[in-house]
Design a protein around this ligand. Structure first.
Ligand code: MSP
Length: 639
């Protein structure tokens, strides 16, 4: 970090407005908050931006399922997310929403500008699209059975007239930029990943859609909506007032800014390290940002997901164990770039050891000793009394240096480790100097005062250093010590004399880990809904069904219905027409050739004017559906 840094602009990814933020993705926001608070304490003029990514097919479909409009859905989720950040003590300066006019009108101009200068052109696209990730994939990128390589869900075949961003044109310039800016992508391993991706050859990027409407229209061709990533990435400059009359923030924090940091998770690296800088080149906007790419918080059984039932939400933890404890855990357990684990066992262990014992006890013992031996007063000693005095003074200074080095480079875990080494050293210093022995000897009053002063100074410095991570605990300690959180006061020996509070509450009350784990298990059990089955039937009832394998010969969408597909199905030597409610999950072309299971003796019915002579079997969850497929020839019996 340049010591003369005057401004800092830090951004989180903008979150999809389709679901609740869990502790994994709240990490991005908490870690940025830590960086913003640290910079403000250093006197750097800091602007911290977060927000919501509100467009795209995923949102459109989620809204449809809930029976509300996309705008209603995103308004609801944005309101909840803003409230969450407030509860988590997040100090963002702005919250950008991509459905806001201040954003969308600029995105339209951004698109038209790239179109006018030829970097975006009209072509046509046929490919495999993942709705969940809002991304197209080439055949070679697809996972087993045509699944999305990122999330593993089935992809869909889509063909449409589309606009493309010319990535090829900028690929060498981008490689050159990455090589000449070694700090651009951190950590190094992520940079290498990007470089090899670019070197493997960039395809032009499809940047518009016609298959849905919930997005920002291309002004010159309104049947197209702008690809959600072009829309979303632009937030980093639209929020600052890029391309508007009031662009003071854009000029100050971006164009002339000293440090611009985009913080992202590893899964969205390609978008930020390739598409975003190329967009900026095409727009002639300076690329002066750095990317800090973090790993993921995983659970014992892997990724957090609703279907695994292992989701943990930040307020579950914060409302029970305190916000600072949550922030401490998330910040201290993840080294930049690697994944980390969240388990309640480990959380409780860290809570008791690092927070309640190491930090909490050091503070409460020190305050109580200063009161007991000196009626709450500490005075700077005129000399050292023990060999460990100098050691503690030097370690305090050394820790401050390491702390700055780590925090300014986004290596928070390293910084925290150093601070806790100092806390550990101070606890040891109490055992070494044995103040309770010194207190018995009136001749040792000065030495005892010196011990108290050393402890006071360590705690005072610790309170300042932990402020960005644990703002509440930090302010409490500062109040106990009758001092301020002010980085100009960092350093050993900056206070001549002071009076501490008479009594202080424990900063972190030790947890009974076994009892806490039991309570969690009980709560989980109570929340689990027992499976409910339909009334029992006999084998004779079941035998009435004639289930057969049928081969889908043709499929088409039923006009005026967004749910129904009309299928021609061959069962042995007979061909049936079946109307099936699977249109949201399958394109007609995907169904052709499939061998499915048909209820062949179901009484025929008219559905929206079309005859349906049977039913195909499918398995479904709340948001997914898969038809049951078999490999045997059509006509085969299923029982
Ligand atoms: N909307 C896009 C970002 C657009 S930015 C122009 C998006 N949104 S997201 O809600 O899916 O993810 C937001 C962030 O949360 C991403 O950085 C992602 O890596 C991060 N995380 C999601 N799950 C996570 C964990 N389990 N652990 C840590 N971070 C994780 O992507």
């Amino acid at each position: 970090m340049s010591e003369n840094k005057k401004t800092c602009y830090v951004t989180t990814p903008i979150y999809y407005a389709s679901g609740n933020v869990h502790i994994g993705n709240s990490y991005s926001t908490i870690v940025c908050d830590c960086f913003a608070r640290y910079n403000r304490l250093k006197g750097v003029d800091t602007f911290y931006l977060t927000g919501m990514d509100e467009h795209g097919l995923k949102i459109e479909e989620a809204a449809k399922k809930q029976g509300i409009t996309p705008q209603e859905l995103v308004d609801k989720v944005a309101g909840e997310t803003k409230a969450l950040w407030k509860n988590l003590n997040i100090t963002n300066d702005d919250f950008i929403r991509t459905s806001e006019k201040r954003h969308s009108e600029k995105v339209q101009r951004i698109f038209e500008k790239m179109l006018a200068n030829g970097d975006i052109y009209l072509g046509s696209y046929e490919g495999d699209y993942c709705v969940s990730c809002e991304a197209y994939f080439t055949k070679t990128q697809l996972g087993e059975g045509g699944t999305c390589p990122d999330c593993g869900k089935p992809t869909r075949k889509v063909k449409e007239e589309a606009y493309f961003l010319n990535l090829k044109k900028y690929s060498d310039r981008l490689l050159d930029f990455i090589e000449t800016h070694p700090d651009f992508i951190q950590p190094e391993s992520r940079k290498n990943e990007v470089v090899s991706f670019i070197k493997s050859g960039l395809e032009d990027l499809c940047v518009s859609r016609t298959s849905f409407t919930w997005g920002i229209q291309v002004p010159s061709n309104p049947k197209h909506v702008i690809y959600v990533w072009i829309d979303a990435l632009s937030n980093y400059i639209t929020a600052l007032g890029y391309d508007s009359e009031d662009d003071a923030k854009y000029q100050k924090y971006w164009v002339n800014g000293d440090e611009v940091v985009h913080v992202i998770g590893k899964d969205i690296l390609r978008f930020h390290a390739i598409y975003w800088p190329i967009m900026l080149m095409a727009l002639d906007v300076p690329i002066n940002f750095k990317l800090y790419v973090h790993g993921w918080y995983l659970m014992k059984d892997g990724k957090m997901s609703k279907s695994r039932g292992n989701m943990v939400y930040p307020m579950d933890v914060a409302s029970k164990y305190g916000l600072d404890a949550l922030r401490y855990y998330l910040i201290s357990q993840m080294p930049l770039g690697n994944d980390a684990l969240f388990t309640y066992d480990r959380f409780f262990e860290k809570f008791n050891t690092n927070l309640a014992n190491d930090l909490g006890n050091l503070v409460s013992r020190t305050i109580s000793m200063i009161n007991k031996y000196f009626l709450g007063e500490v005075k700077k000693p005129t000399k050292d009394y023990f060999s460990f005095d100098k050691e503690l003074e030097d370690l305090t200074e050394e820790t401050i240096n390491k702390y700055h080095e780590a925090f300014s480079a986004f290596r928070f875990q390293n910084g925290i480790i150093s601070v806790w080494e100092l806390i550990g050293r101070a606890n040891k210093y109490i055992d070494e100097t044995e103040p309770w022995v010194l207190a018995k000897d009136p001749e040792k009053r000065d030495a005892l005062n010196s011990v108290m002063y050393h402890l006071y100074e360590v705690i005072r410095n610790v309170a300042m250093m932990i402020n960005p991570v644990m703002p509440d605990a930090s302010s409490k300690i500062a109040t106990y010590l009758n001092t301020n959180i002010d980085f100009s006061l960092l350093g050993y020996g900056k206070i001549e004399s002071n009076k501490v509070v008479e009594k202080c509450d424990a900063l972190f009350k030790r947890l009974d880990i076994e009892a806490e784990l039991k309570a969690l298990d009980a709560a989980k059990e109570a929340s689990e809904v027992k499976e409910v089955f339909k009334d029992e039937i006999t084998i004779e009832d079941f035998a009435k069904l004639d289930l057969r394998v049928g081969e889908v010969l043709e499929a088409r969408k039923l006009e005026k219905s967004d749910k129904l597909l009309v299928l021609k199905i061959k069962i042995g030597n007979s061909v049936r027409q079946v109307v099936s409610g699977i249109s949201k999950f399958y394109e007609p072309s995907e169904m052709v050739g499939k061998h499915v299971v048909v209820v062949a003796n179901l009484k025929s019915a008219m559905l929206r004017g079309e005859k349906s002579e049977g039913m195909i079997l499918a398995a479904s969850t709340d948001d997914k559906l898969e038809v049951i497929e078999v490999k045997l020839p059509s006509g085969s019996k299923v029982s």
